[in-house]
Write a protein that binds this ligand. Structure first.
Ligand code: NAG
Ligand code: NAG
Length: 366
């Protein structure tokens, strides 16, 4: 009997979990749009098991470089350049209903990624594109800290004017944007941290005051812009828009060979690599892997995720060149590691997005 209880306990803590699904209706008034998302997390886990420790952790490790005046500067810039998003943030602030969660505070979060590039360098994530006969399978693991981030992750289904536009899975949705996106019938997209020389804080603030969008708002723009309705147009846009920090965009399309990795830097031009161009002397790649380092450089010795994933993909048997095969790679240590808290598999051709929360794993757990 005791044995049975112990076994159940172990199988519970090590299993995947389903992510709460929320519909975001962009036709609702801006203040209403994200309220259900906030409420769902608070009802499910409570502030102390979700946002509380996440905010505390990043106040200490990411936002420590900000002075009180900096929050005001970012907030003013967002009010000026993004009135609609401002009202959405106001709605989120209302729903939190806590003294410390102000419009100024969430404004800094809107540029979390950009600020973290100056103050932190801890972020890892892995993306895989696999080209099969007529489709692209896109795998995405998100790795971050602290562990309570698991409890603020949502699966969002986005609609506007009664029409479903796409889906996203993320923990940073309270930036009112997306860093992972499936735009129906067009593309699957995700952003990966790119190590690079950081901007100075002054340079970053100049960009923010000029209205350069947060990275999360790039994908929001892709999602709602009717002209960005083909893979090629989305790629072109993300190669050319202005960014305020380094980033990789990993993008899968709806047909053969439509897969690219765009490497962006605020000042430098970088080559885009694709499934049908030559990389490192080899041609006709059937898969691409992106972690956090430039593709034209070897993996660092202490972080071999890309090499390991590429080797696994290179050896995939024919009957695994599909979503199962990509999932198997995403679920292998260290691609799935201590900091991984979700895995998603996207397929833009069939508008499929499969998402679940992942437990932390280490080599010895295996
Ligand atoms: C998530 O919230 C639950 C309470 O609902 C809590 O028991 C659990 O520890 C939290 N998970 C993490 C990773 O903190
Ligand atoms: C590679 O594929 C992209 C996207 O389908 C296409 O735009 C490009 O022309 C192709 N390049 C080559 C060299 O075939």
């Amino acid at each position: 009997m005791q044995y049975g209880i112990l076994f159940m306990f172990l199988s519970t803590v090590t299993s995947f979990n389903y992510l709460p699904e929320i519909e975001i209706d962009l036709s609702a008034t801006p203040k209403q749009r994200w309220k259900l998302a906030v409420r769902t997390i608070l009802d499910l886990y409570g502030y102390q098991n979700s946002f509380g420790p996440v905010f505390e952790y990043h106040n200490k490790n990411t936002f420590y470089i900000l002075e009180p005046q900096d929050y005001k500067t970012i907030a003013n810039a967002i009010r000026t350049h993004y009135p609609e998003y401002s009202q959405e943030l106001d709605g989120i602030v209302e729903e939190f209903n806590r003294n410390e969660i102000t419009f100024e505070y969430l404004s800094a979060w809107a540029y979390f990624h950009e600020i973290a590039h100056i103050s932190a360098e801890i972020i890892e994530s892995t993306a895989v594109l696999l080209s099969t006969a007529d489709q692209i399978i896109h795998g995405r693991n998100m790795d971050q800290g602290p562990p309570q981030i698991r409890n603020i992750t949502l699966h969002l289904i986005i609609k506007k004017d009664g029409k479903y536009l796409g889906e996203s899975v993320d923990w940073q949705w309270f930036k009112v944007g997306f860093v992972t996106l499936l735009k129906y019938n067009v593309a699957s997209l995700d952003q990966n941290w790119k190590f690079s020389d950081p901007l100075t804080k002054d340079q970053l603030f100049t960009f923010i005051e000029q209205g350069v969008p947060s990275l999360a708002w790039e994908y929001r723009y892709v999602l709602i812009n009717d002209n960005l309705n083909t893979f090629d147009r989305v790629v072109l846009y993300l190669e050319q828009n202005q960014v305020a920090c380094a980033i990789y965009n990993v993008i899968g399309g709806t047909s053969k060979n439509q897969g690219v990795i765009i490497s962006r830097d605020p000042f430098d031009m970088n080559p885009t690599i694709s499934l049908n161009t030559s990389i490192l002397g080899q041609t006709n790649y059937q898969y691409l892997v992106q972690t956090n380092y430039d593709h034209w450089l070897p993996d660092p010795q202490n972080d071999q995720r890309r090499t390991i994933a590429e080797n696994l993909l290179g050896q995939l048997q024919t009957n695994l060149r599909n979503e199962f095969g990509v999932f198997t790679v995403m679920d292998t240590y260290p691609i799935h590691n201590e900091g991984t808290f979700y895995t998603i598999i996207m397929n833009a051709k069939y508008n499929r997005l499969i998402a679940f929360g992942q437990p932390s794993i280490t080599q010895t757990d295996n």
